[in-house]
Design a protein around this ligand. Structure first.
Ligand code: XIL
Length: 319
């Protein structure tokens, strides 16, 4: 096995990465490596609402298009990320809702238009959509977002139905973090999915973000959790895996990190329904971790110079 694309072929899953479009344009070595290693892409930010509609009615698809174009040219599939979320919403939308100029009826229409417009644009080019991202709190209660507050809990079923109408062949996912191990969140998510299925809502998959850190125990029950979702008939994906550490980097920490990456891949492989394994960035040169977790970093498979870390080698020998 030469590289991750080779590995993906052998394992019969897709192995993907999040891609930063500005970097894709600016750094040829990043681009070459991305396209050599990965057969699945997720836009790290380019398909989020604030990116595609920064002003009301003004659509800026250039960056999102670039990801889809890169995928088409390089034989990669695409995960669309994300349609309904509480973060990275455009200011016109959040302000409008806050000051009451956008009421509930209009907000529902805005969400419907957003989903329909974006999913239609990439019809046939996005294999799977993260339709609803991070719907629950850690204690399993529904997250109080503008969607829940103003549209009520039915917004989730509506979002999946609108997405399905816009591209009947795309796989439609719920996506969240800490579902790898957090029992209240797991139970709440399973309950929601059963309710959606009872209402014949078109939901196809469960995405596990997988933002892990070696200062915490590896989520040892993850394979079982995946199986519980798969038992509901869903496809499973690891959608945003990274394994951060408290700096400085040591050889011991890199070994632990390699173990976590390897276990995550074997957990996915142990569940037939797990068909995509995507990392949230592939090089420490460009990772969201240092900017979001104080004093932490080195979360990716390759270092700043694109040299493979032990975690990369570990994946190549995982089966
Ligand atoms: C992160 C990006 O990596 C950052 O560049 C951005 O500033 C904030 O969002 N869960 C998600 C992703 O679903 O969209 C987030 O991505 C990381 C956590």
């Amino acid at each position: 096995v030469q590289d991750l694309r080779d590995l993906a072929r052998k394992l019969r899953i897709n192995i993907g990465s999040a891609v930063d479009v500005a970097v894709l344009r600016a750094e040829p070595d990043y681009k070459a490596r991305l396209n050599r290693e990965f057969d699945h892409l997720t836009a790290e930010n380019a398909m989020k609402w604030e990116s595609v509609e920064p002003e009301r009615g003004v659509y800026t698809w250039q960056d999102a298009d670039e990801v889809v174009r890169n995928a088409r040219r390089n034989g990669q599939q695409v995960r669309g990320h994300t349609l309904v979320w509480h973060n990275q919403l455009p200011a016109w939308l959040t302000t409008g809702v806050e000051n009451g100029t956008i009421g509930a009826t209009e907000l529902r229409q805005i969400l419907r238009d957003h989903i329909t417009t974006q999913v239609r644009r990439y019809k046939g080019q996005v294999r799977a959509w993260d339709v609803v991202n991070e719907a629950f709190n850690e204690d399993g209660t529904p997250r109080q977002t503008i969607w829940l507050t103003h549209l009520g809990p039915g917004y989730i079923a509506d979002a999946f139905r609108w997405a399905h109408r816009a591209d009947p062949h795309a796989k439609l996912y719920l996506n969240d973090y800490n579902v790898e191990w957090n029992v209240p969140k797991i139970e709440a998510t399973l309950t929601l999915i059963k309710q959606l299925q009872a209402q014949r809502v078109p939901i196809d998959g469960m995405g596990f973000q997988g933002h892990l850190g070696i200062q915490y125990d590896y989520p040892g029950d993850w394979a079982n959790v995946m199986r519980r979702f798969a038992d509901l008939g869903l496809e499973i994906a690891v959608t945003e895996l990274d394994v951060r550490m408290v700096l400085p980097v040591t050889p011991e920490k890199l070994a632990t990190q390699a173990d976590y990456y390897g276990r995550a891949l074997s957990d996915c492989l142990s569940v037939r329904a797990c068909r995509e394994f995507t990392v949230w960035g592939f090089t420490d040169r460009h990772s969201w971790v240092p900017g979001w977790f104080d004093g932490e970093g080195s979360a990716c498979l390759l270092d700043e110079n694109l040299a493979p870390k032990p975690a990369y080698d570990k994946l190549l020998t995982t089966r």
